[in-house]
Each structure stands twice: as C-alpha cells, then as structure tokens.
Design a protein around this ligand. Structure first.
Ligand SMILES: Cc1cc2nc3c(=O)[nH]c(=O)nc-3n(C[C@H](O)[C@H](O)[C@H](O)COP(=O)(O)OP(=O)(O)OC[C@H]3O[C@@H](n4cnc5c(N)ncnc54)[C@H](O)[C@@H]3O)c2cc1C
Length: 378
C-alpha cells in the first residue's frame, strides 16, 4: 500500500514523486512506456527566461526558472549545463522587449570574437539559462521510488483505497500529459502541440545556448548539441492524441521537413561545421489556452454542478464547497516549458498536500472549472 501513486513518469510525475519521497512518503510511479518516454523524452531541454515587461505569466515562468535551475543543480550538478542564452530578436520578441531587463548586448563583432562561426547577428545575453539531459534528470528524480512499467486503463476506488493494475495507494496524482485522463475532468481542455528536436554532432564550439524562434544548445559533455523544437498542432480531426508519435501518420509523414526546417533556422544563426544529425526525438506538449499549467485537486464536475447549478450562471461558490474526487490530484498542461515548471509545480503541490498551503488562483483547477462551467451553461 503506497501513500501516493503517480501515473505518468515525465517531468511532472518524476518531480512530484521526488518531492513526496523526500518528505518521507511511500511513493509508486507508473508509466506505460518507461521514464521520460512522452513529451519529456523529446524536450531540448532548454531552461530559459521569458523576456518582456513584467506580468503575471512571465513572473511565474521566471520564478519557476530560478527555482528549477537551483533544484537541478542540487540534484545533479553534472546534468545541468548552465552557460546562459543569447536571445536574438524575432517577430515575437523585439530588441526592446529583449532588453527590458537591461541584459548585456552582444554585437556581431563581439560574437565573432567569441566564436568565428557566428553569422552576422546580434542579441542580448541572459545569464540565468541552461539545458539538461531530460531522461537522465527524470531518472535521477525517481531513483528512490518504486517504478512500474504498466499501462493503466482503469482506476478503481474501494473503502478509501485506489487500485491501478494491482498497485494500491491512498492517493493518486495524474501526470499524464496529452493522454486521455483516467478521471473525467472536462474543464481541463488539453490540446497537443507536436514537436521535434534533434541531436547532432558538430566541430563548432558554441559558447552558450542561442535562441531565435528555435534553440541551439551549447556543446554537451559528449560534444553533441541539441536543436529544437518545431511546433505543430494536430488538424481538427486529429485533436485527440491517443497514440504515440511514431504511430501517428500526421507526424511520421512530416519528419524530414521538420528536420530541414530546424537546420535551416540554425544555419541562419551560426555555421555548424561537420554537422551530422544523430537522432531525432518527437513528442506532444500538453497545452491549455491560458498557457499557465494546472495543479491541484480534481473537482468532480458533474456532481458539483448537480449540487450547485447556479455556478453556470456565474454564482461564486467557495472552493471548499465544490465536490472533489477523493484524494486525486493533477499536474498538467506544462506546455513548452515542462522542465522549467515541473519542479516548481511539484513543490507547490507537495506543500498543498503536506501543509495545506493554498495554490495560486491562476494555476488552480478551480479557475478552469468555473470558467468552463460558465462557458457550457447552455
Ligand atoms: C519537441 C519538444 C521540445 C521541447 N522542448 C522543451 C524545452 O526545451 N524546455 C522545456 O522546459 N520543455 C520543453 N518541452 C516541453 C516538455 O517536454 C513538456 O512540457 C513536459 O515534458 C511535459 O511533461 P509531462 O510529465 O506533463 O508529460 P509527458 O512527458 O508527456 O509524460 C506523461 C507520461 O504519462 C504516461 N501515461 C499517460 N497515460 C498513461 C496511462 N494511462 N498509463 C500509463 N502511463 C501513462 C505517458 O506514457 C507519458 O510518458 C518540449 C516538448 C517537445 C515535444
């Protein structure tokens, strides 16, 4: 009998497993394909700040980043490569936006002195950035937890105990990414955003990560680099992402074009000498409209609306009066910043579970619940 059963061993699941285990809980984690096999295995995994005038979202991203960089350094300093990132202006981030925090400007001449392979570009240098090996980090996070490779098709609940394919626990945390949720939560409207990243060999020595719509990493220990990532939404007939990327015709047919796109974008920034693509990785990011991730206790949608039908017309009901699925929690919708968000969200959820510390409204299940209930009032 476990205290917590976590379903999904990506960045989200491994992070919360780690925090709960460290707090002395008995934790099991399950994944049908192994650790970091979903979006998490495909991630760059670049850890970069979000530029621009301070607002709720970029403050959340940048707070997560500081926490997570520190967390990864303590967990495994050799798995974190923190040499900063050069941000080059594009249509989404103008020079003014990138210079909001008065970052150091790197002229084309200065870049040439650092590495003669830089193209005629200029940018702003952000020190607080790096990248990690996502699979290595995920495995380290759950080194002390019990891991089961199983596909869970059903969760049963009897006399205060959950059971998933023979594994029993008092509480369940769903960290399933784009897969269909094992517990009905229609108000968490996940959209998959596909992506491809590649690893390549090059003799060019890249002094720091570079980002302009795509990212190029500095050289890793084995001298390879990561280039990522493309972003593609399923067309409307394929919105439900229930298959692995390798089996999805939408994806497989498009792979060559995506690799070419990434390389073309990379060459606009730097000459990559003796380049050889050694591996491509594919995955689907789970995203919701607000871009904020979601964390907390799962609300029973139907039962709550049956008890409080006036919620549909905008009546405010205190959080405590909503009806919840017993001891079921979620971390999801990490979007394109899964490894930036995951440890921070795990800290937030563990503090909620162990200390009853409130979860901020913008990332709460309640916010999505009220919004969805009002939208669906007809
Ligand atoms: C190409 C690409 C590049 C990216 N680059 C970056 C980056 O540079 N930096 C960054 O921070 N983020 C990046 N991301 C985003 C990041 O990878 C994701 O946000 C993050 O990995 C999501 O983690 P997760 O744990 O929520 O989901 P996932 O990693 O998808 O994990 C969910 C897991 O749940 C398992 N699962 C689901 N249902 C069941 C079930 N019923 N039974 C058993 N197992 C189940 C799945 O097998 C899967 O392994 C990138 C994503 C992609 C696709």
């Amino acid at each position: 009998m476990y205290d917590y059963l976590i379903i999904g061993a990506g960045a989200a699941g491994c992070s919360i497993a780690h925090f709960l285990k460290k707090a002395g809980k008995n934790v099991a984690i399950i994944d049908r394909d192994g650790v970091a096999s979903g979006a998490s295995g495909a991630a760059g995994a670049f850890l970069s700040p979000l530029a621009g005038k301070k607002n709720l979202y970029n403050s959340f991203v940048n707070d997560s980043l500081s926490f997570s960089l520190d967390f990864y350094k303590k967990l495994s300093s050799e798995s974190l490569i923190k040499r900063g990132v050069l941000r080059v202006a594009d249509k989404n981030f103008s020079k003014e936006t990138l210079n909001e925090l008065k970052n150091e400007h790197y002229s084309s001449k200065k870049l040439q002195t650092l590495c003669s392979d830089f193209k005629e570009i200029e940018g702003f240098f952000y020190k607080n950035a790096g990248h990690i090996n996502p699979a290595e980090i995920s495995k380290k996070m759950i080194a002390e937890c019990d891991f089961y490779k199983k596909e869970i098709v059903e969760l049963t609940y009897k006399e205060g105990v959950y059971e998933a394919d023979g594994v029993r626990a008092k509480s369940v945390i769903l960290t399933q990414g784009v897969s269909s949720s094992l517990v009905d939560a229609p108000y968490i409207e996940i959209n998959p955003i596909f992506g491809l990243r590649l690893d390549a060999k090059t003799t060019t020595k890249i002094p720091f990560n570079i980002h302009k719509s795509i990212s190029i990493s500095t050289n890793k220990k084995d001298n390879t680099i990561a280039i990522g990532a493309t972003q593609q939404r399923h067309d409307s007939t394929q919105m439900l992402c229930n298959t692995s990327c390798d089996k999805c015709s939408f994806y497989v047919d498009d792979q060559k074009a995506q690799v070419e796109y990434l390389l073309k974008k990379a060459y606009e920034l730097i000459e990559l000498k003796d380049l050889e693509v050694i591996k491509t990785y594919k995955g689907a990011r789970a995203s919701i409209k607000s871009y904020f991730p979601v964390v907390g206790e799962l609300i029973d949608y139907e039962a709550t609306l049956e008890k409080h039908p006036s919620i549909k017309n905008g009546t405010k009901i205190p959080k405590e009066s909503l009806l919840y699925h017993q001891n079921i929690y979620i971390i999801n919708a990490l979007g394109s910043r899964g490894f930036v968000f995951a440890p921070y969200l795990a800290k937030i959820l563990s503090q909620y579970l162990l200390e009853k510390k409130e979860i901020a409204d913008e990332i709460s299940t309640q916010k999505l619940f009220f919004k969805y209930a009002r939208k669906k009032r007809d």
